[in-house]
Design a protein around this ligand. Structure first.
Ligand SMILES: [Zn+2]
Length: 285
């Protein structure tokens, strides 16, 4: 029984401001190293909870930034990490072979005043809607999982991100590990406390598989994105999608994978190597 986890950094206990990849001061380097360790510890806590709840396989997408944030030396040996600076697809490996989807380090969607570091993709985005339903990054992932019949069962992160997923997927287990004081400050649990609660929550979420319905949308799926600044010129529309006004674009597709391929410019025919070669199962780790 495989559990798929999407990890991010902004919702990890102890992280309160944007990662600054330009700052090369030793203090910043040391802070980023610590944050990568905290993320690895939260990955471990969740994975141990899932394994103790009955999972046999835990895959973790290193979902923050360029895709190489988790300090893998510290990760529980049974976990498999999906990482790399190339992103040939959205949530690679998430498919009908997974029993459930969860998220750790989860931040709230754009315009969530009260949450620490709320955003949807980038700070430029004011909002995103799938067939009229407001979603953030984690909601979008839950709808992708739903396409494969996979339920979203677990969310750890900012308290407002937990509220968001609780409303979108009633019955999922949520573990708030911090609450925003402002967009760039937070009241947080310390890592030891956060990890204890994440372990308990992940283990409990295994009991919800089977009772939580996968999120599904009726085709066609229309993704509407609004930007704070005028971004689109109706006279020169982008190659994909239609311009509603200078702030707003809509993309339409028959299902969630097709939508995400379109929205992120991926090759729709791309498959990981293990799916391309019929006998690659012999060469898996
Ligand atoms: Zn992130």
């Amino acid at each position: 029984m495989r559990i798929y986890i999407v990890s991010d950094l902004e919702g990890v206990a102890g992280v309160y401001k944007w990662e600054d990849t330009e700052d090369d001061h030793p203090e910043n380097h040391e802070e980023r190293c610590r944050q990568r360790r905290w993320l690895a510890e939260e990955v471990n806590a969740a994975a141990r909870g899932f394994f103790d709840g009955g999972a046999t396989d835990v895959w973790v997408l290193d979902g923050h930034g360029t895709g190489y944030t988790i300090d893998i030396e510290l990760v529980e040996p049974r976990v498999r990490i999906l990482h790399g600076t190339q992103h040939p697809a959205y949530c690679v490996g998430l498919d009908e072979n997974c029993a459930a989807l969860g998220s750790i380090g989860t931040h709230a969607k754009a315009e969530t005043y009260g949450a620490n570091m709320y955003h949807t993709g980038t700070e430029a985005v004011r909002g995103e809607w799938l067939n009229g339903i407001s979603v953030g990054e984690t909601g979008r992932q839950a709808f992708l999982a739903g396409h494969y019949g996979v339920p979203f069962v677990f969310c750890a992160g900012d308290a407002w991100a937990c509220k968001e997923m609780d409303e979108l997927v009633p019955g999922c287990v949520t573990v708030p590990v911090k609450a925003g004081m402002s967009r760039l400050s937070a009241k947080t649990l310390v890592p030891a406390k956060a990890c204890g609660l994440i372990y308990e929550g992940a283990r409990e979420s295994m009991n919800r598989i089977g009772s939580i319905e996968p999120l599904r949308l009726e085709p066609p799926i229309v993704c509407r994105r609004e930007f704070y600044q005028p971004t689109f010129d109706p006279e020169n529309p982008p190659a994909v999608g239609r311009v509603i006004d200078s702030h707003t674009q809509e993309t339409e597709a028959t299902d969630m994978p097709a939508l995400l391929f379109k929205a992120y410019g991926h090759d729709p025919d791309w498959q990981p190597f293990w799916k391309q070669h019929p006998n690659s199962g012999n060469y898996q780790i």
